[in-house]
Design a protein around this ligand. Structure first.
Ligand SMILES: [Zn+2]
Length: 406
């Protein structure tokens, strides 16, 4: 049976789509690899126990997995495996079925033919999502994973029901009328977000004061955030699984820190770049701490919301020296930035003015012409195919690339 036929079978048994079924099977294969595992091994991986049972039944039926009995011999304090309960304990020689001194558990192992099929499927998925011209760039990135630092933009927060930059700003149009409103919308359309905010401060009757803008942004981000339980619908876990020393972001929200707490079972306090004492502390830290370049929603004063604040931030000698330090020791991977907006162009003009080393960016549907422009600015692009009409296709594409880096 081909993997495709197998997935069809599983999909029927699970009453789920083939895509969802494949996702579950892939998670299983990636978690357990070629090890012997009990069902509990999958406890924290979004697989329902009944679904796992059905998948295992089909895997066993197809010869894609084997079942073993694991026993804990209380006579000798040893652990071993058997194929059947009629076997003797390898240590005390009691027959397992008749003995009361052995704790028996069912365990499973995926067979190599199945692991190969899954590997093949992973390759096909990469072929689908990676634009072929950029394979060489991905290989370069794969050689630098030990130094990798993810750098996250607004795109990574969208699956949590947070508005994109442009939608957020459109909601703040209160107190603008007539031609002012039109001009404001034009700036947003161009992706010139910081100038739009400066404009708002000048012309809105309501937002004369920067503090009110910050408070409204804070309220929107905090009220809208919905934690997404299905890990296939966002990339935060994919990013955390890279186990990098720390994570940089221009986002104000605390989504990554929220997931980091679950991931590491401890709360790691996010930090604001401007408040870092010592670059070396950060370099030696491997807590996966989130560093916010443009402030954090919990500390509205830290939020950079106008062009002036932004220009001031990147003129500061301290910020320049921290960024230069990070970039000369680490390999940044930009995720969730829209290459076409002024916000990102401005950001990297500021950051890359003093760029050192090799840094990468994942860009959906990247044209070779735009790729050249990125390369001119010393940013190595990885173009991915994303069908905007397919839900979660962007997340799947990013996931596919990040899987290559584990
Ligand atoms: Zn025994």
């Amino acid at each position: 049976m081909s993997l495709e036929q197998f997935i069809q079978t599983v999909s029927t048994k699970l009453h789920k789509s083939e895509e969802e079924s494949l996702d579950q099977i892939t998670i299983l294969a990636e978690v357990v690899k070629n090890e012997i595992f009990p069902k509990e091994r999958l406890n924290n991986y979004n697989i329902d126990i009944q679904i796992l049972d059905k998948i295992l039944t089909e895997l066993l039926r197809e010869g894609y997995a084997s079942k073993y009995i694991s026993y804990d011999c209380e006579n000798t304090d040893q652990v071993d495996f058997a194929v059947s309960l009629n076997e003797q304990c390898a240590y005390c020689k009691e027959v397992l079925l008749d003995s009361k001194n052995h704790i028996i558990r069912e365990t499973y192992k995926l067979n190599s033919n199945f692991i190969n099929l899954i590997g093949q499927q992973k390759k096909e998925r990469l072929n689908k999502y990676l634009i072929e011209d950029f394979r060489h760039n991905l290989d370069r990135l794969k050689n630098r994973t030990h130094k990798l630092i993810p750098f996250l933009g607004a795109g990574s927060s969208i699956p949590f029901k947070l508005p994109s930059w442009s939608k957020l700003l459109l909601e703040l149009n209160k107190g603008l009328t007539g031609s002012n409103k039109t001009k404001y919308e034009e700036l947003i359309d161009k992706g010139d977000y910081l100038r739009a905010l400066s404009f708002l401060k000048l012309y809105s009757g309501l937002y004369k004061n920067e503090q009110i803008i910050k408070k409204d942004i804070k309220d929107i981000l905090k009220q809208r955030y919905v934690k997404e339980v299905n890990s296939n619908y966002h990339n935060i876990l994919d990013i955390l699984k890279l186990d990098t020393d720390f994570i940089l972001t221009t986002n104000y929200d605390n989504i990554v820190s929220d997931y980091l707490r679950d991931y590491r079972d401890e709360f790691i306090m996010p930090q604001i770049l401007e408040n870092l004492d010592d670059l070396q502390d950060l370099m030696d830290d491997n807590s996966q701490k989130v560093i916010h370049l443009h402030g954090n929603v919990e500390i509205p004063n830290s939020m950079i919301v106008t062009q002036d604040d932004y220009d001031k931030l990147y003129k500061s000698e301290k910020i320049k020296s921290i960024l230069t330090g990070i970039m000369s020791h680490k390999t940044l991977l930009f995720i969730g930035f829209s290459f076409n907006d002024e916000y990102f162009k401005d950001l990297y003009d500021k950051i890359f003015e003093f760029i050192q080393g090799e840094h990468f960016i994942i860009v959906p549907n990247l044209h070779p012409f735009d790729a050249d422009e990125l390369l001119k600015r010393n940013l190595i692009p990885i173009g991915i195919n994303v069908d905007k009409n397919i839900e979660h296709d962007y997340v799947r594409a990013i996931n596919t690339v990040l899987e290559e880096l584990h």
